[in-house]
Design a protein around this ligand. Structure first.
Ligand code: ATR
Length: 279
């Protein structure tokens, strides 16, 4: 880390645990690239200490913070002002401390759609139906972003159908719940479950019914290439990995705290991918 002045801009990531977070490496790479007098720190905070700790960061002059597991709902409840993205997601992953107030937003959906757009030239959420596997917090943020971006039909498939039904009701719009993924009509397939993550079973899904050109996206990024993405590539389909979503979701926070618009490019990907297993 470069030397800091008394005016250094400070931010960090609140989580428990937080040691696995790639956000300090990611923001640190951008800070160095832009030559900014600032720092981004890992901030391990137990759930029962979250609210006091977040308020203390504001008192200490931090510009803001990211919020990761298990604090995203507590952060939502803490904020004085919520962006529409936070309301739609029901959770906050980005805090900005401004004029004595705490502003919250959720950039996960933005990260997802920006990553698809950068990874697949010409991609549009409006191009056709999307099938989304899972019904947790990540599914909610991504589903909301897809609908906001004009997705004409969204089909939710989850191990526990009641959770998918509840999510569909909360989202409103052209959303359905299905028992099996209707792949033959999908323009986009997204895995938001933990299946395929290192140490978890692979997602067992035959991709052969997908139309040619359908995009397959995974939010899992450990490993970088999940079995699902490998199967998509083997079929010649565009595969969008979870690392890109992580990189893009970080952009709005960095810009708000440090005052520069950071780029997501191959060099950044390589810097963050260096400590992620490939398979
Ligand atoms: P997050 O907020 O990170 O999205 P979550 O709320 O724990 O995490 O949701 C994880 C998703 O992965 C859920 O959709 C979960 O299915 P359930 O709602 O039935 O729990 C899904 N998931 C996790 N393990 C799974 C497994 N072994 N098989 C199928 N789905 C699984």
């Amino acid at each position: 880390m470069p030397l800091l002045s008394g005016r250094a801009k400070l931010a960090g990531v609140l989580g428990w645990p937080v040691a696995h977070s790639r956000s300090p490496l990611l923001h640190g790479t951008w800070l160095a690239r832009h030559g900014i007098d600032g720092a981004y720190l890992p901030l391990p905070v137990r759930p029962e200490r979250f609210v006091d700790s977040a308020r203390a960061l504001a008192d200490l002059g931090f510009r803001g913070a990211n919020v990761t597991l298990p604090h995203k709902e507590a952060a939502f409840a803490l904020c004085d002002d919520l962006a529409p993205s936070a309301g739609r997601a029901g959770a906050v992953n980005t805090l900005v401390f401004r004029d004595g107030r705490i502003e919250g937003s959720n950039t996960d959906g933005f990260g997802f759609t920006e990553n698809c757009a950068q990874s697949v030239p010409g991609w549009s959420a409006a191009a056709g139906p999307a099938v989304l596997l899972g019904a947790g917090g990540a599914a909610r943020a991504i589903a909301a972003a897809l609908l906001d971006a004009g997705c004409p039909r969204l089909v939710l498939v989850n191990r526990t159908p009641a959770r998918a039904e509840a999510l569909a009701r909360g989202l409103g719009g052209p959303v359905e719940v299905a028992e099996r993924p209707p792949l033959e009509s999908a323009s986009l397939l997204v895995n938001t479950t933990s299946l395929g993550m290192a140490g978890q079973p692979a997602l067992d899904l035959d991709l052969s019914p997908l139309p040619s050109g359908a995009v397959v996206a995974d939010i899992v990024y450990v490993p970088l290439e999940t079995p699902l993405l490998a199967a998509a590539r083997a079929r010649g389909l565009p595969a969008v990995d979870g690392l890109g979503m992580l990189l893009h979701q970080a952009r709005p926070g960095f810009e708000a705290w440090f005052g520069a618009a950071p780029a997501v490019d191959e060099e950044l990907r390589a810097a963050v991918a260096a400590d992620i297993p490939r398979r």
